[in-house]
Design a protein around this ligand. Sequence first.
Ligand code: GLV
Ligand code: MG
Length: 315
Amino acid sequence: METLRPRRSCLAVPGSSLKMLGKAPGLPADQVFLDLEDSVAPDAKESARANIVAALNGGGWGEKTRVVRVNDLTTQWTYRDVVSVVEGAGANLDAVMLPKVADAEQVHWLDLTLTQIEKTMGYEVGRIGIEAQIENPQGLINVNHIAFASDRIQTIVFGPADFMASINMPSLVVGGLNPDYPADPYHYILMQILMAARARGVQAIDGPYLQIRDVDGFRAVARRSQALGFDGKWVLHPGQIDAANEIYAPKQDDYDHAELILDAYDHYTTVEKLGAVMLGEEMIDEASRKMALVIAAKGRAAGLRRTSKFEPPAR
Ligand code: GLV
Ligand code: MG
């Protein structure tokens, strides 16, 4: 698992909304992404670029990961989005999100463009990351190549609304289940994205839930991708942030249990020279250690503190 900061809650902030741009730094999201794409009307794209540059350079973002979503490469806006924002605020930007990525070539284009701007501006080359958003069948069938297309890739992000539209899924509720289909219609897509992200060692992020006042609905959808192993989810409204931060962090009991396994395994393998042992009622071995590491790493990154301690048995 990669070591970047967790992105349990990724707050979408329309670049055309000065109100949201002003409010976002004070909200407890792990990541913000300042949007130039679908939440910004065509006539407002240019002024949104300037708003975003000012907001990034204005600071106050604390530990948040700062991302800008540019327009996709089928539009005329992408190159100016990248040039304006990265030249204007590259020193205060952690990653660029490319929506509707269709193939690895598009990632190569962004990688090269970022390198050129970094060299021109005297920024550290390669520091600014890329988030690749998968929103159509082309992107999904190429997701493994996309994940490996650049060292800058930091996350693979699911874009469910565009994805549903692109495959003619007959529903208007993003993430919703369909009583006519006895399973989760998103399972296949989520798993493909997760496999690509894990093979590449980067984060897998679930997309938005549009019924912003329905926090229970948000929780239900978030729990499904969290159960698979996703690292976080978009939040469109401050009311969804706490739910995402809670759901994508391990529960306290699981975190304590994971740390206990790590300590116990370390004790038994090094002190007692045993590879598979009983910890209470459960057998632990090297694979248990690996599973525990995943949960412990997420818990530590989320700032959880242990509430129990491993006591080696008296000999
Ligand atoms: C997000 O961009 C989506 O299409 O769901
Ligand atoms: Mg989209």
